[in-house]
Design a protein around this ligand. Structure first.
Ligand code: FAD
Ligand code: DLZ
Ligand code: SF4
Length: 560
């Protein structure tokens, strides 16, 4: 447990500041003239009760946190719906609703357990619409003598709260969220002095450290660390995936409040049938559904895509995990337990693939985030400057793969990994879109999008804007890959087999255009060299036609 004390002025000074009547709206941390303290004030001070204000953010809904182990009437928890958070990016309506609904039910749960909770709703009269201003007001109004918060997962909020805590006249302390397997700096320490970061190295380290799927001290179960070669098949024709478990939460009141406040959002919601889990019980139900119904085919169809199948065998647990309704440990342990219970039904490759996503990729992305921020947020290796096409906000494109991936993102605030990486991300990279634009879209549209995991996936893995910190090569493809992993191309306006001419699939020419444009940056990459051999051997007129086709598509991008 990480706990650091920051105490800038003695605790007594806060009490003095209140007693001196400093309720003029100024930050209570302002310096006091100690000479003005008189005996009467000192007497009043002696009777001031020690009272703590604890801030809980919207993605810190961890009921198993040590904060809540015992009930203490000198402690008050505060949760708040604020415009700084609803407006730092344009979010999907389901994301804002999902967070508010989960926050409200978490506050009720704390109250049920007899904790003291102040919950500030979006349209409350006294809501000053930011963490610091609301906390300032509460500290003044209630004479809190101590401020505590949990480490934020996002750099922006982390800086804000650190500054805020420093500016206070009362003592403050920060505590870990007690959620992740690894600490913020663990990845940085593991790779210290190394030139490259490798997920596989980190993953093996995590397996051994936490003794997950390990035998004989430090050996991987079943003799291999990675069983991906058994995974990743296309969905067979006529295969009907399991129907996803959807909740039927009525969140109409929350939707009304968000609309009343005129928060700008994207996407749609069925507020009487809100499908995402909004509390721990529902998150555990979803986990149960996943291990029973989806885990047996999770790895097999992990990369598959099909029109109108929006979640296939994916767990859809990222939202619950990211707001900490459930922990990654619970998810991994439950999956391992199910595998041990049903070894005939669940092959090992399904389980290993799933565990790798959570103790590998999820923790790895977070480690890179804390190692590389804030510089990471400005990286643009290819110096891309284009805007996202307008149809990223409507799904109205003739490209069937993009139409499906975007339409389902607007409808469900969800797309699975390969849709994010190889459909929308692939296109944005091939089209030379500015990573800031791409980041803002991903950070807004997905219900599970929080910067620590969004930016490393988007700017890093998907856009290669970090020049190879997260991934060793850019994830781009022509129609060949999309057709291999999906059935989108059947029924598409464009022809997957055509590179140029009428109805040629845009991915085909944009793919070669990308390699041509970035030859100086990519040709030396050993994982890409082969592509450049193919490109160089192509007839000059074939190359020119491809580049001309790509140029035409890029100039008419909004009409594709
Ligand atoms: P499953 O396929 O069931 O996987 C299980 C769990 O593994 C997920 O819940 C997630 O916690 C974890 N996981 C899998 N892949 C990754 C990964 N690459 N990075 C981190 N964790 C992973 N994930 C987010 O949680 N938030 C984001 O904002 C986000 N943005 C992304 C942006 C892009 C461009 C890409 C390519 C990926 C992004 N991901 C993000 C990773 C991944 O796509 C999602 O975690 C996953 O789709 C969530 O759905 P699921 O819970 O059904 O995942
Ligand atoms: C994403 C989000 C939104 C939309 N609204 C709130 C909010 O009103 N109050 C809150 O405490 N948290 C919200 N969040 C989540 C925060 O943005 C998140 O806690 C930070 O990004 C830190 O990870
Ligand atoms: Fe996408 Fe091209 Fe296939 Fe159409 S043909 S679905 S645009 S890859």
């Amino acid at each position: 447990m990480l706990k650091s004390k920051t105490c800038h002025l003695k605790f007594a000074l806060l009490a003095i500041s209140h007693l001196l009547g400093e309720k003029s709206g100024k930050r209570i941390g302002m310096k006091l003239n100690i000479a003005v303290i008189d005996a009467e004030i000192l007497n009043k001070m002696a009777t001031t009760k020690y009272k703590t204000l604890r801030l809980i953010l919207g993605d810190q809904l961890n009921i198993n946190h040590s904060w809540f182990k015992k009930v203490d009437d000198t402690i008050t928890y505060v949760m708040m719906e604020v415009r700084t958070e609803t407006d730092y990016v344009q979010h999907h309506i389901q994301k804002v609703i999902g967070i508010f609904a989960s926050m409200q039910s978490f506050a009720k749960l704390l109250q049920k357990h007899k904790h003291k909770v102040i919950y500030i709703k979006l349209n409350d009269k006294n809501n000053l619409q930011s963490f610091d201003k609301n906390c300032d007001l509460l500290i003044l109004q209630n004479n809190f003598t101590n401020f505590e918060y949990q480490l934020s997962d996002e750099f922006r909020v982390d800086e804000h709260l650190n500054q805020y805590a420093k500016s206070l006249a009362i003592p403050s302390s920060v505590i870990d969220t007690e959620h992740f397997y690894s600490s913020r700096n663990e990845l940085g320490n593991l790779f210290e002095g190394k030139k490259m970061y490798l997920m596989e190295t980190f993953y093996r380290y995590m397996r051994k450290k936490h003794h997950i799927l390990i035998v004989d001290g430090d050996k991987p179960l079943h003799g291999k660390w990675n069983f991906d070669e058994d995974n990743r098949q296309k969905l067979p024709k006529n295969h009907k995936p399991t129907t996803p478990l959807l909740f039927l939460n009525d969140v109409t009141e929350i939707e009304t409040e968000i609309k009343k406040a005129k928060v700008k959002t994207i996407g749609t919601v069925k507020a009487t049938h809100f499908l995402w889990p909004i509390n721990r019980d529902q998150s555990l139900q979803l986990l149960d559904f996943f291990v029973k119904e989806c885990l047996p085919l999770f790895g097999t169809f992990q990369d598959a895509m099909a029109p109108n199948e929006w979640s296939l065998y994916h767990s859809r647990l990222s939202f619950s995990m990211n707001i900490k309704l459930i922990s990654p440990q619970e998810v991994v342990n439950r999956a391992v337990f199910e595998y041990n219970k049903r070894p005939e039904e669940i092959e090992y490759n399904q389980l290993e693939g799933f565990v790798r996503q959570i103790i590998g990729w999820r923790e790895y992305m977070r480690g890179i985030y804390w190692l590389k921020m804030p510089e990471y947020g400005a990286l643009n290796y290819f110096e891309h400057t284009e805007k996202l096409p307008d149809w990223f906000w409507t799904g109205k494109t003739k490209m069937n793969c993009l139409k499906n991936a975007i339409a389902q993102s607007l409808e469900f605030a969800y797309a699975h990994h390969i849709q994010r990486l190889m459909i929308t991300g692939n296109f944005a990279l091939l089209a030379g879109v500015n990573p800031n634009e791409v980041d803002a879209w991903y950070l807004g549209i997905y219900i599970d999008a929080f910067e620590w995991v969004e930016i490393t996936n988007t700017r890093g893995m998907s856009q290669f804007a970090d020049g190879g910190i997260v991934g060793s090569k850019p994830y781009v493809s022509s129609a060949t890959y999309i057709n291999k992993m999906s059935s989108y191309c059947t029924g598409c306006y464009y022809d997957k087999a055509k590179k140029t001419g009428d109805k040629a699939c845009p991915f085909n020419s944009l793919y070669w255009n990308f390699y041509d444009k970035h030859e100086s940056k990519l040709a030396k990459n050993p994982r890409i060299g082969m592509m450049y051999n193919v490109w160089r051997k192509m007839q000059p007129n074939a190359k020119a036609e491809l580049l001309e086709q790509a140029d035409y598509y890029l100039k008419h991008i909004n009409e594709l």
